[in-house]
Design a protein around this ligand. Structure first.
Ligand SMILES: [Zn+2]
Length: 259
């Protein structure tokens, strides 16, 4: 079966066809105005697709799961963090909740015992690159492959299981991300809602951003590193209270997609 075209490929194709028609049928200033307008519009769509994985611009990222069951996945990026993660683990254990941690490979190598504890307590450890460079999305295919492979190897060695999912830094996607994850057999994980918890904001506002998108199969994105510990715990406690009162359960991402 031929692989279906991505939205990016369709936009590129339509833009090329439109540009050819504009060049053939229009002349003078009108030709340049229409070319500029069409290319700007296409560029804007692709640019938004880079930032919003829900647009599925370059491939099928997992941003929610179709299910009727009241079940969601809590995901935490950028850890493990020596201060925040143990406190979060204690809260999750108290509430009997399993979560998914998108870990940075270098941090996994630095804190193997903490990662082993996360695994022992039933949480999922997934790939969030080895170094978490802000330029990951523009890495060459070779460098990106090296970055993801290094994280796969390190997490697999420490956690005893190689990751099944990859989430790019800042959830920025590109054709290269999908090409390399496809080669490595990784699924690209996006999100249904993110707390934007790096902002200075009240826990109620962060939890509120997630809960506005509460639906069966939702994937929520928070961070367990780079945020104040007390605020992280307050956000998660608020979230778990609301989920419980609405009759929702939490599952790891691999459990959610098996629904
Ligand atoms: Zn990150």
């Amino acid at each position: 079966m031929r692989p279906r075209l991505t939205r990016y490929q369709m936009i590129a194709g339509v833009t090329l066809c439109a540009a050819a028609l504009i060049v053939i049928f229009l002349h003078g200033a009108a030709r340049y105005w229409w070319l500029a307008a069409f290319c700007s519009l296409s560029g804007l769509c692709v640019g938004l697709g880079v930032s919003f994985p829900q647009w599925q611009m370059f491939g099928d990222g997992i941003c929610a799961v179709a299910t009727k069951r009241k079940i969601v996945a809590l995901t935490f990026d950028d850890g493990p963090d020596a201060e925040n993660t143990p406190a979060l683990l204690a809260l999750l254990a108290e509430r009997k909740v399993r979560a998914t941690f998108f870990c940075i490979g270098k941090r996994v190598a630095q804190q193997p015992e903490l990662v082993k504890r996360m695994v022992a307590e039933g949480h999922g450890i997934e790939n969030h690159t080895f170094l978490h460079s802000p330029r990951t999305n523009i890495f060459s295919v070779r460098r990106l492959r090296g970055e993801l492979t290094q994280a796969q190897t390190e997490i697999g060695r420490v956690a005893g299981r190689a990751p099944e999912f990859f989430r790019p830094p800042a959830c920025l996607t590109s054709p290269r991300i999908f090409r390399v994850t496809g080669e490595l057999g990784l699924k690209v994980a996006g999100y249904t809602a993110r707390g934007l918890d790096r902002r200075t904001d009240a826990p109620e506002n962060i939890a509120g951003r997630l809960l506005r998108k509460l639906q069966p199969g939702a994937i929520f994105l928070l961070h367990d590193a780079g945020v104040p510990r007390e605020r992280l715990l307050a956000v998660v406690a608020l979230l778990l209270d609301k989920l419980e009162s609405e009759g929702y359960q939490c599952a790891r991402l691999d459990e959610l997609i098996a629904e």
